[in-house]
Design a protein around this ligand. Structure first.
Ligand code: AMP
Length: 405
């Protein structure tokens, strides 16, 4: 709160309605009303019923995979996994050992195989472990936390009238809330589970009524959930499965203390899953504070945006502007380090390279038509600084080069 004193200040009636800029990034709300965190709670004074977290039985097909095969499989799925004793990645729906009712719903969605984040995320979540998932929207991450959540809920005793949810999913915006809620309903149908979405901008009264009617799953934006808990429309006493989705976006929007307030109000032995598109320092700190012995899964080429890297963006409208800009700066750049230039097409790559060679620069080329040994040679020369400049079309190749892939 000291770092961000205006966090959580929102309009009286439509807190958390989010506008987006032209790039689709949320614009932090202009704010008036302070949503105070929930009052502190002493969990040692509450008698929580015991519950089961681990429902995972490794499929026999995975039992025979060697350590090396697991490493290769993760590479193939573009996954990086860290943390104590992570389960092996699954490669088919059969490996999840889900029951027929849930498989029926999945088949109805016409998914043929799990996405990479599901291959690794589902066995982690099914085994009751806390997890940090670094994955983009579109990766299939929503189902990766919903399917294990349903198994988790089904193991618990039914909700009594007046009891709050068993699973809570916290996300930054109304749109995301509605999307996740739709997925919860789609797959929750397998067991007739109820999901309620509560978000800023929606009717407090209607949401409160839906909460009071009872739901095993609540999908929410953080401030609105806090409001409902304060007004006793629901309680977090029965929550044992807690998900924070798009945590970095929630932080960008100033919801950090609300996120922390919710986490501190749920029994400490719950299962917690944290999803984010980046793993910046603040998210890392949150993960340390609210997760226990987590497994971290990074899917795809995204990952930690390194805070030590300064990015300077300059927009240059034409080819001749770019050429002028580059030749004016290249001496300075090469004298302070290595220079990597990305171009869109191989033809641009050849043209730029021959122009630079005419100017007297020595450089390497990296593009899709080269065979592996040529690529390796160029990459190794660039790494050893035998070549100060590399012109490349191939982002994947360059990721390997930079140690990101
Ligand atoms: P998400 O990243 O969770 O927003 O999911 C992106 C989209 O992928 C959603 O429209 C899902 O319905 C869809 N999806 C999720 N899992 C699978 C799968 N295994 N196969 C194909 N599509 C999927």
């Amino acid at each position: 709160m000291a770092e961000n004193p205006t966090a959580g200040l929102t309009q009286e009636d439509d807190d958390e309605i989010v506008d987006y800029d032209s790039d689709g990034n949320p614009i932090p709300p202009t704010t008036k009303k302070i949503i105070l965190p929930l009052p502190p709670i002493d969990h040692s004074e509450i008698e929580y019923a015991p519950f089961e977290k681990n429902f995972y039985n490794e499929h026999e097909e995975l039992g025979s995979l060697t350590g090396l095969q697991v490493v290769e499989l993760r590479q193939k799925l573009n996954l990086r996994v860290s943390g104590a004793a992570p389960p092996k990645p699954c490669t088919s729906f059969a490996h999840f050992n889900l029951d027929e009712q849930l498989m029926h719903q999945i088949r109805k969605s016409e998914y043929t195989q799990p996405t990479p984040i599901q291959c690794q995320g589902v066995p982690i979540a099914l085994s009751g472990r806390d997890m940090i998932g670094i994955a983009k929207t579109g990766s299939g991450k929503t189902a990766a936390f919903i399917w294990p959540m349903l198994v988790h809920i089904m193991d618990q005793k039914e909700l009594e009238p007046g009891e709050g949810p068993i699973a809570v999913i916290v996300c930054p915006t109304r749109e995301l809330c509605q999307q996740i809620h739709a997925e919860c309903k789609r797959f929750g149908k397998a067991y007739s589970l109820r999901s309620v979405a509560v978000y800023g901008g929606g009717s407090m009264w209607e949401q409160a009524k839906a909460l009071q009617d009872g739901a095993e799953i609540v999908v929410c934006t953080p401030g609105r959930l806090i409001d409902h808990v304060k007004k006793k429309a629901t309680s977090l006493q029965r929550v044992t499965y807690l998900v924070f989705d798009e945590a970095d976006r929630m932080f960008d929007m100033g919801f950090e203390y609300q996120v922390r307030s919710i986490a501190s109000h749920v029994r400490p032995d719950r299962q917690t899953l944290l999803f984010s598109a980046t793993f910046r320092k603040k998210i890392e700190r949150l993960a340390r504070d609210i997760l226990v012995d987590p497994i971290r899964v990074v899917q795809g080429d995204i990952g930690e945006a390194n805070e030590d890297v300064t990015q300077v963006v300059e927009m240059l409208p034409s080819g001749s502007d770019k050429w002028g800009w580059l030749t004016r700066r290249l001496v300075e750049f090469t004298s302070s380090g290595s220079v990597l230039i990305f171009v869109t097409k191989k033809a641009n790559c050849d043209e730029l390279a021959s122009n630079l060679i005419q100017e007297g620069y020595s450089l390497g080329l990296l593009h899709g038509d080269m065979d592996q040994s040529e690529r390796n040679k160029v990459i190794s020369d660039f790494k050893k600084k035998n070549l100060p400049v590399l012109v490349a079309t191939d982002v994947a190749g360059a990721n390997v080069l930079l140690g990101l892939g």
